[in-house]
Design a protein around this ligand. Sequence first.
Ligand SMILES: *[C@@H]1O[C@H](CO)[C@@H](O)[C@H](O)[C@H]1NC(C)=O
Ligand SMILES: *[C@@H]1O[C@H](CO)[C@@H](O)[C@H](O)[C@H]1NC(C)=O
Ligand SMILES: *[C@@H]1O[C@H](CO)[C@@H](O)[C@H](O)[C@H]1NC(C)=O
Ligand SMILES: *[C@@H]1O[C@H](CO)[C@@H](O)[C@H](O)[C@H]1NC(C)=O
Length: 491
Amino acid sequence: MRNVARFATSSLLASAASAQVVQWNIEKRSDSAPRLSRRAGSTVEEVITNEKMRGGYFASCSVGTPPQKVTLQLDTGSSDIWVPASTARVCTQRSSSRGGGCTFGSYDANQSSTGQPVSDDFQIAYVDGSYSRGEYIAETFGIGDVELANVTMGLGLDTDIAYGLVGVGYELNEASVRNSELYPNLPVVMRNEGRIKTNAYSLWLNDLGASTGNILFGGIDTDKYMGDLIRVNVQKDARSGQFTSFTVHLTSLQAHSSTGDDAFSSSSFPVPVVLDSGTTLSYLPQDLAEKVWEEVGAEYYLIGQQGAAPLIPCAMGNNNGYFTFGFGGQGGPAIKVGMDELVLPIFTGGPVPFNSGPFKGQDACQFGIQNISGNSFLLGDTFLRSAYVVYDLENNEIAIAPTDFNATTSNIIPFPSLKATIPSSTPAPSQDAPVSSASGGQDYNAQGGFTKQGSGENAGSHLPALELTQMAVMGVSMGMMIFGGGMFLLF
Ligand SMILES: *[C@@H]1O[C@H](CO)[C@@H](O)[C@H](O)[C@H]1NC(C)=O
Ligand SMILES: *[C@@H]1O[C@H](CO)[C@@H](O)[C@H](O)[C@H]1NC(C)=O
Ligand SMILES: *[C@@H]1O[C@H](CO)[C@@H](O)[C@H](O)[C@H]1NC(C)=O
Ligand SMILES: *[C@@H]1O[C@H](CO)[C@@H](O)[C@H](O)[C@H]1NC(C)=O
């Protein structure tokens, strides 16, 4: 079984800077090693709900002069860099059962000669209820060989997250926007300083089994994807009428297995989905999520006292069925996502068997496509690993192509100039055409979906429950399961 928890022993990354691009390697990790907590015969420890460590993609950076090393989560769903202050309680507190402390690094202003206060109104909150508050500072920020002076960032004096983030989204999504002026965030600083020609970057996460990927500012790498990059328009925020998030239109969803092909209809097409690297799972409208669960035989379960989520036998990760996500209508980019990317361990503490229901005795895994209410949906890492995505914040376009998993070679093409179109890309030909709700048409054409015997055995008024007694529970992925490691901005 693949394991979400990876011991971060290897050195995190090399970065390469050339005249026109800045490449930054990122590593999938969760802070897990010594944090096993076990309590025989009891229910889940309280620690789970407080635990804020989640899966995600991290990169090593430095802040200050001399440089203080911090490992930060890369997030396309938010727009501020912030680092935990070494005095934050989450960093000074050492919980005996969990190791505690800010093992990914923290920032001590007294040890730096370059920090300047900017304002005292830094405040960010994420969908899972976690937060960071403090002040904005201007500091030297290092990414590998590149050092940028005077980068505005948040300093988390009061936070319940033990590591910082690098948000690379639109400036309009900065947390400061409610209170004060916009400031140039990381990709804008790189452009303004001439490190890159235009505000654009490419993200390659590689597959679930591999631990590294990279983000390439100012260019694309044609060796990291297959076929062609096809561009779709970023959608404006419905309320503000402005570009604030990487929302694109999902216009079709198909399932393919040895029993046949299904094209799902949904009253929500075209579905506005945010491509968010800071979220572990993907969240679709109820009707689509239910069709996907039905297709693969996932069941919605109560998990101990903690919440509920779709679960699936871990063995389904070896199923060769896959989904195709289509964007921008006919002829737009289409990305295949295999079951090996969608079946994830629930706990890093070890396998948990189903103790009742149709899968009794089999190991339980969480399913990477969940449901969410509201009108903003998310495609997180369970989708993004299968795609090579180029974000162009100047022209408000996103180009997508199927990823080349485990690619080892590199052929980097920089954007030649400010506002240049994404190199080697073509526009989706019919993205302005209306999309019918029955996009693609017939549901459940296939005989029994991915599981020949089908599912739906829990059609009672009570959800089946997965009991969590006598089990090693890791907070890390428990939080991840319920909240999907959601790290996009709440307001
Ligand atoms: C930095 O110095 C100030 C004043 O000397 C002190 O109050 C503060 O606690 C120090 N902070 C750290 C992180 O040591
Ligand atoms: C630092 O950056 C801010 C914008 O974030 C700018 O207003 C200020 O002039 C810069 N200061 C220096 C010394 O370059
Ligand atoms: C990529 O590499 C990882 C680790 O070496 C391996 O587990 C995985 O199967 C590879 N993926 C593909 C698609 O070849
Ligand atoms: C997700 O679907 C389940 C099962 O239909 C339902 O009980 C739950 O309320 C839904 N959650 C959200 C956030 O819509």
